[in-house]
Design a protein around this ligand. Structure first.
Ligand SMILES: [Zn+2]
Length: 381
C-alpha cells in the first residue's frame, strides 16, 4: 500500500506552543480537567532537554472581535462578562450551557479557551507554508458556535481550519484521536468537500454522535470503536481504513487532535490503548503532509497525558522518545497530583512508554471496518 511506504520526515521545523494560563487555571475542585496537563508537559520537555528556546512560543489570547468570526457575538459577550462577574443568570446558563458541572463558571473561563484559540491560530500561521506546530492547549473539539459543550467553551480547531484556508491551504484532513466524537468540528463544517473529518472514538459514549450512519465518502469518516479496543485493533483500523482513505483524499495539510483519553489508564473512556500504538500512528501520519498541526484534547490522568503529549512533541520535533527518564523527569512526574489516585504505577514515573496493549482482533472490530469501508466505497485488501 502506497501510504505505508511513505517515510517519516524528520527534517521539518516544529514549534511547541504553550501558555502559563493552563498552569494557573482550574475548572473547579472536582472537575476532570483540574489536573496538570499543559504545564506538566512543558515542565517535562524542559526536564528532558528536548525543547530548545527557539522551538517554543507562548500562545496569545484571541481577542473577542476575532472570536466573533466563528462564535456568536452574544455568546462571546456572555463569556467575557461572566469571567468578570463570576455569576450567571439562570436564563444565560440555560442558553449558553454554562454554570453546569461540565462547563463551570471559573476565573479564566474566557482567557483560557481564548488562549487555546490564539495558540491554534498561531499554529496554523506557522504550518501554512510547511512545518509542524503543536498547540498543546488546543483541541476543543466539542465547542459550538453559540454555546459551551463538553468542557469546551470555544472551538480552536474551527479557527485553525478557517485560518489555513485564508492562507491558501485548501484540502485539509482533520484526524481526531480522542475517545469522544468531535461533534463541534463536524457541526462547524457540514458541507465542505475539501475537508475530511476523521474520528476514531468509543461508541455509545457522550456525545453519542459519529455513528456508522454519519459516514460520507471523503467527508466524514466515523469509526465507532467497541469498549476495550486494544492496540492491535486500533492499528488494524488505521491500516485497513484510515490510512488508505487519507491517501485517497490527498490532503495538503493535517490537523491532528491528539486527545489522550483513549489510553487504558484514562478514567473517561473504556478504550484500552497504550501510548505505543498512538506514537506509531502519529509517526505514520507525519509522512502524509509537509504541514502538520497537532493539538491537545481530552485526557484526564495527569501521568498518561504528560507522557503521551511529551512523546508527541519528541516525535514531531524529529527526536527519539527517550527510553529511560533522568531523575529530574521522574521526580517531576512523581510530584504531579491527582485527586483520584495518590500514587501512579512505577512505569508511569520511569518511562514515557506504556506497556503495549496488544490483543486479539475481535470480529466486531473487523465488521466495523468492513461496514465503514463499504460506506466509503472502498475495498481493502
Ligand atoms: Zn475526549
Amino acid at each position: 500500500m502506497k501510504v505505508l511506504e511513505l517515510k517519516e520526515t524528520n527534517s521539518a521545523k516544529a514549534i511547541l506552543i504553550g501558555s502559563e494560563v493552563y498552569r494557573k487555571s482550574q475548572f473547579g475542585g472536582k472537575h476532570p480537567l483540574s489536573i496538570p496537563r499543559v504545564s506538566a508537559v512543558l515542565d517535562l520537555v524542559r526536564a528532558l532537554g528536548i525543547c530548545d528556546k527557539e522551538e517554543y512560543k507562548t500562545g496569545p489570547c484571541a481577542k473577542p472581535e476575532l472570536l466573533k468570526s466563528f462564535h456568536t457575538a452574544d455568546y462571546i459577550a456572555v463569556l467575557k462578562k461572566t469571567e468578570v462577574s463570576q455569576k450567571i443568570s439562570e436564563k444565560d446558563a440555560k442558553t449558553y450551557n454554562i454554570g453546569s458541572l461540565s462547563n463551570p463558571v471559573f476565573p479564566e473561563m474566557f482567557k483560557r479557551p481564548a488562549t487555546s484559540v490564539g495558540s491554534s491560530l498561531l499554529a496554523a500561521d506557522l504550518v501554512a507554508n510547511g512545518g509542524r506546530a503543536y498547540s498543546l492547549g488546543g483541541g476543543l473539539h466539542h465547542g459550538m458556535t453559540g454555546y459551551a459543550n463538553g468542557f469546551c467553551f470555544l472551538n480552536d480547531l474551527a479557527f485553525a481550519i478557517n485560518r489555513l484556508r485564508d492562507l491558501g491551504v485548501q484540502r485539509i484532513a482533520y484526524i481526531d484521536l480522542d475517545a469522544h466524537h468531535c461533534d463541534g468540528v463536524a457541526a462547524a463544517f457540514p458541507e465542505d468537500e475539501n475537508l475530511f473529518v476523521v474520528s476514531t472514538h468509543e461508541r455509545k459514549r457522550w456525545p453519542f454522535t459519529g455513528g456508522l450512519d454519519e459516514n460520507i465518502p471523503d467527508r466524514f469518516l466515523n469509526v465507532p470503536l467497541p469498549s476495550h479496543c486494544n492496540d492491535s485493533e486500533f492499528m488494524f483500523v488505521f491500516e485497513k481504513l484510515v490510512l488508505p482513505l487519507l491517501d485517497r483524499f490527498q490532503p495538503e495539510a493535517l490537523i491532528i487532535q491528539g486527545g489522550a483519553d483513549a489510553l487504558v489508564e484514562d478514567p473517561m473512556s473504556r478504550l484500552c490503548l497504550s501510548n505505543q500504538v498512538i506514537f506509531k500512528i502519529l509517526s505514520i501520519l507525519l509522512g502524509f503532509s509537509q504541514r502538520v498541526l497537532l493539538t491537545g484534547g481530552g485526557g484526564y490522568n495527569p501521568w498518561t497525558v504528560a507522557r503521551l503529549w511529551t512523546g508527541f512533541w519528541a516525535l514531531i520535533s524529529g527526536r527519539t522518545i527517550p527510553e529511560v527518564l533522568p531523575n529530574q523527569a521522574t521526580e517531576l512526574l512523581r510530584s504531579l497530583s491527582w485527586q483520584r489516585q495518590t500514587k501512579p504505577k512505577e512505569i508511569m514515573l520511569n518511562s514515557i512508554y506504556d506497556v503495549p496493549m496488544e490483543g486479539q482482533l475481535r470480529d466486531e472490530v473487523s465488521d466495523i471496518v468492513k461496514k465503514v469501508s463499504s460506506l466509503h466505497k472502498f475495498k481493502h485488501s
